[in-house]
Design a protein around this ligand. Structure first.
Ligand SMILES: [Mg+2]
Length: 410
């Protein structure tokens, strides 16, 4: 069985974790430069506020209802995300981070899954103060379906029997099927297919023909057949993750540098394909030794960019910070957060003239698309920190900066 653990209103829950006074308060989190709303909790949604609405336009509702607002603090969010994932690693033998706030966990062989799901939720809440919902089912696609139901219900939903699975599929409109995408959902609806139950009844060869092998794998998963090669990218707004395990443990920093640069390249390729920028880079380094498996991570915030050399420099500087020459490493990961659409590339007082970088990136994309991936790739560049961004409502970095640690008084 597979579990999907999803953190509820993650950014807002991170802000609330250190502000118990904000219990039941509507909270919103703002984009780079405090332009628009990127995250909101249940209480804020209930007031009619929405993702993507400009902060200034929302001000009347915000003021009238005492909505609390924060600038996005990706250093805090990625650190808390790491803590949630580490907690999960103690609860399951296999944890796969799917996005900043979601993970698939291996629960094969586990008994009393509804009770164990509750234990998972309680443990994460106790150790990280983050509320979660959990879906458990025989496949990833069904676990996602179960989690969607859990969200509407008691926070935990298990699909074990054929009857439970059939009921869940009946309650799932095609547009809510994980990974189906808006275009395919519209196509299916136009053909009279409204629920997941109807979707799994379409003959497999038609699904393969009309929706490629990804659609076909998804259909098999919804029928309860696990497909190991099912690859569905998380919502890009939730960050981009690029990682791979080394075939044998690695000790040299130079090899780790090469690896992280390569994974950065893959991540930036996805970022550029979506015409987005990132402003927060996190790198993790996992070692294995006599003390068992161990992981460390570090984050840095940078000027919003899609320029590979800048992102590689940031990643390398983080890697250097984490590296210790007496350990062997088996995995390194790069996470890009703060993903936002490119909003014009005009010159900016803080970020400098990006035109040269844009032209260079476009040329590299052009050559690589003609001659193959990685034909042209950078060797790294100086890392710059001389930038500034408007973040007037930033919360403290409670978990990563000593001066911001909460102080207990008694
Ligand atoms: Mg979530």
């Amino acid at each position: 069985m597979i579990g999907l653990v999803d953190c509820e209103s993650f950014y807002c829950s991170c802000e609330r974790a250190f502000r118990p006074d904000l219990k039941k308060t509507p909270i919103i989190v703002l984009s780079n430069n405090d332009h628009w709303i990127i995250a909101l909790n249940f209480e804020a949604k209930n007031l009619g506020l929405k993702r993507g609405v400009r902060f200034k336009e929302a001000l009347p509702i915000i003021n009238e209802n005492s909505v609390v607002f924060f600038s996005s603090n990706y250093t805090l969010y990625s650190d808390i995300s790491w803590r949630v994932m580490e907690t999960l690693r103690d609860l399951s033998p296999g944890v796969e981070s799917y996005s900043i706030d979601e993970a698939f966990i291996d629960l094969s062989g586990f008994k009393n899954l509804a009770v164990y799901g509750e234990t998972i939720r309680r443990t994460i809440k106790k150790q990280t103060l983050i509320p979660t919902t959990v879906g458990i089912a025989p496949t990833k696609a069904l676990a996602k379906t179960a989690q969607r139901l859990a969200k509407k219900d008691t926070g935990i939903h298990v699909l074990e029997t054929q009857k439970e699975i059939a009921e869940a599929l009946e309650l799932t409109p095609v547009e809510d099927i994980w990974g189906i995408g808006r275009a395919y959902a519209e196509k299916l609806e136009a053909a009279g297919i409204k629920t997941a139950t109807e979707f799994i009844k379409i003959p497999g060869w038609i699904v393969k023909k009309e929706m490629t092998s990804v659609g076909w794998r998804l259909q098999r998963e919804l029928k309860g057949i696990p497909m190991a090669d099912l690859k569905i990218e998380a919502d890009p707004r939730k960050g981009i993750i690029s990682a791979r395990q080394f075939r044998s443990p690695v000790q040299e920093l130079s090899i780790l540098y090469e690896a992280i640069s390569y994974y950065a390249e893959l991540a930036v390729e996805k970022l550029r394909a979506q015409e987005c920028t990132t402003n927060s880079v996190t790198v993790s380094l996992e070692s294995s030794g006599s003390g068992g498996r161990n992981g460390r991570h570090a984050s840095i915030e940078i000027a919003p960019t899609d320029y590979l050399p800048d992102i590689i420099s940031a990643a390398r500087s983080l890697l250097k910070k984490l590296y210790s020459s007496d350990l062997e490493y088996w995995r390194t990961t790069i996470f890009l957060f703060g993903i936002e659409p490119i909003t014009g590339r005009q010159m900016n007082f803080f970020y400098g003239d990006n035109r040269k970088k844009t032209v260079l990136s476009e040329k590299v994309d052009e050559i690589n698309s003609k001659l193959g991936q990685h034909t042209v790739h950078p060797c790294g560049s100086e890392f710059r920190t001389d930038w500034g961004m408007r973040r007037a409502y930033l919360s403290p970095c409670y978990t990563t900066r000593i001066k911001d640690f909460p102080v207990a008084h008694w």
